[in-house]
Design a protein around this ligand. Structure first.
Ligand code: ADP
Length: 223
């Protein structure tokens, strides 16, 4: 099972990803907890470049390709092997972030981004995606509690950039309605956690009742 968290900065993704991982570990599941970009030796180097303010000259296409390169390595080195070992992979951001930020936010051509994403992910798609929905204004208020980098980045990009990103996420959510769960990120941490836990535990229960037969049809597991 592959679960991703999406949303603008400060929407609560890392908080909820961590809480979900804790609950799943308590329930004896094998969890791999990731956040993009990063988590492999190469991807962490790329993360340093992407977050380094000394490279303010970075072109938006370079940025797109660096995110994709980091993701390609993460998918090949960690995500696919973990899913093959039937672990639960929880990732804070994945390919939808690139569509929302580089596509809708920066205005790069969506067809190209979708194609680049496909190369990077080897067509690996999340089973469940939680989109934490907050306004850019709420996000900016929350940056007060964060280290300077996030605050600077958000203030530089401006409210209208995040409005475009949010619009992009809504389009992605509508196109991928089967896996998308749009959660009101303005609720309390506990309330959101409760909603996410209910959905994930229900999904896990329904998955464990079925096994995929060799011809690919769903069959109940004989207990
Ligand atoms: P993200 O990973 O999306 O950038 P974080 O989980 O790091 O967001 O949260 C950003 C800030 O907002 C942190 O200070 C966190 O404590 C706070 N926060 C997270 N979720 C909520 C919430 N539901 N209500 C109020 N504040 C929250």
């Amino acid at each position: 099972m592959f679960i991703t968290f999406e949303g603008i900065d400060c929407s609560g993704k890392s908080t909820q990803a961590r809480l979900l991982a804790e609950k799943l570990r308590e329930a004896q599941h094998d969890i791999v907890e990731l956040r993009e970009p990063g988590n492999t030796r190469l991807s962490e180097h790329i993360r340093e470049i992407l977050l380094n303010k000394d490279y303010s000259e970075i072109n938006e296409r370079t940025e797109l390709l660096l995110f994709a390169a980091s993701r390609a390595q993460l998918v090949a080195e960690v995500i696919l092997p973990s899913l093959q070992q039937e672990k639960i992979v929880i990732c804070d951001r994945f390919s939808d972030s690139t569509i929302a930020y580089q596509g809708y936010g920066r205005g790069l051509p969506l067809d190209d981004i979708i194609h680049i994403n496909r190369i990077a992910t080897q067509e690996t798609e999340p089973d469940m995606t939680f989109y934490l929905d907050i306004s850019p204004e709420t996000a900016l208020e929350r940056t007060a509690g964060r280290e300077g980098v996030v605050q600077d980045r958000m203030e530089e990009a401006g409210i209208t950039f995040f409005e475009r990103v949010i619009h992009g996420y809504m389009r992605v959510a509508n196109i991928n309605a089967g896996r998308y769960f749009v959660v009101d990120g303005g609720k309390s941490v506990d309330e959101i956690q409760g909603i996410i836990w209910r959905l994930v535990s229900e999904r896990l229960k329904s998955e464990s009742r079925y096994s995929i037969s060799l011809n690919g049809t769903l069959e109940p597991m004989v207990l």
